[in-house]
Design a protein around this ligand. Sequence first.
Ligand SMILES: Nc1nc2c(ncn2[C@@H]2O[C@H](COP(=O)(O)OP(=O)(O)OP(=O)(O)O)[C@@H](O)[C@H]2O)c(=O)[nH]1
Ligand SMILES: [Mg+2]
Ligand SMILES: [Zn+2]
Length: 291
Amino acid sequence: MKALSGFYYVENGGGLVRCRARGKFRHTGQSPLVGDTVCFTATGEGEGIIDAIKPRRNSFTRPPIANIDQMVIVCTQAVPETDPFLVDRMTAIAVNAGVEAIVCVNKADEDPAPEFLEIYTHAGFRTFLTSAVTGEGLEKLEEALLGKFSVFTGNSGVGKSSILNILSPGVDIPTGEVSLRLGRGRHTTRHVEIFRTPSGALIADTPGFAAFDIERMELTDPEKLQYAFPEFAPYIDSCRFVGCSHTKESGCAVLRALKDGDLEPTRHKSYVRLYDQLKSVNEWKRKESSN
Ligand SMILES: Nc1nc2c(ncn2[C@@H]2O[C@H](COP(=O)(O)OP(=O)(O)OP(=O)(O)O)[C@@H](O)[C@H]2O)c(=O)[nH]1
Ligand SMILES: [Mg+2]
Ligand SMILES: [Zn+2]
């Protein structure tokens, strides 16, 4: 349910057991993640040691979480403004893992961001416009979370913990003022923790990304990236060349659709940026292995 300072808090029969992980996990390169189902041996009152991790349906490194049903990408066009590239990278990571990506545009009281929202609605994602101040949109969002295990992710300061505090009254997760001078959040949430709402949703709160985080994504194959942009699907079979990268080829049906206004320019721009990143990583790896 929670990972903090080298301890893993395992839910067992309604209570939490504070566990360490066996040393062997460090050597196998697989350590427990929040969201895992584990086997542990009790070592004392409310304490134990994790022996084994059950097979995972999915897992992610940023945010570190396993076995989720859906990923809620919380973002805003108020301060701290979310770079669409960050949203596009997260949707691609989710889709690539077979997990539904939901886009939640928060701070609607400060900026309802209709154009930003439309980018993601048009791309085919479920979208929500919310405010943790006025409560707008939170009922609808909650409905989408019922009976599921979701993770909240997004840049620091967008309001992930604030939304959770409303959906789960009584938990009182610390939230932090954003720095108006820097236009950034203050990285208030430092660990991953799952909360259970009274309505019956499991939601993991996670530490936010830096505002304009441009870290590489953990995908592997640039050729697979096209499938992580679901709105490209109707076009990719109509490209003139087999193996079209949809970045600059003539006769590319994706570029055609982009020109016709059927695809969102920022989505395609992010696709090209991710494609170039993945390609350079792959080339570097090929060189390494041929040396
Ligand atoms: N105006 C407005 N402010 C909000 C809203 N949601 C959150 N805030 C404020 O934004 C600031 C950051 O909120 P947090 O909930 O700490 O953001 P977070 O996404 O959890 O940030 P990290 O834990 O750093 O990743 C706080 O001052 C909140 O009061 C909203 O809908 N509207
Ligand atoms: Mg937080
Ligand atoms: Zn193409």
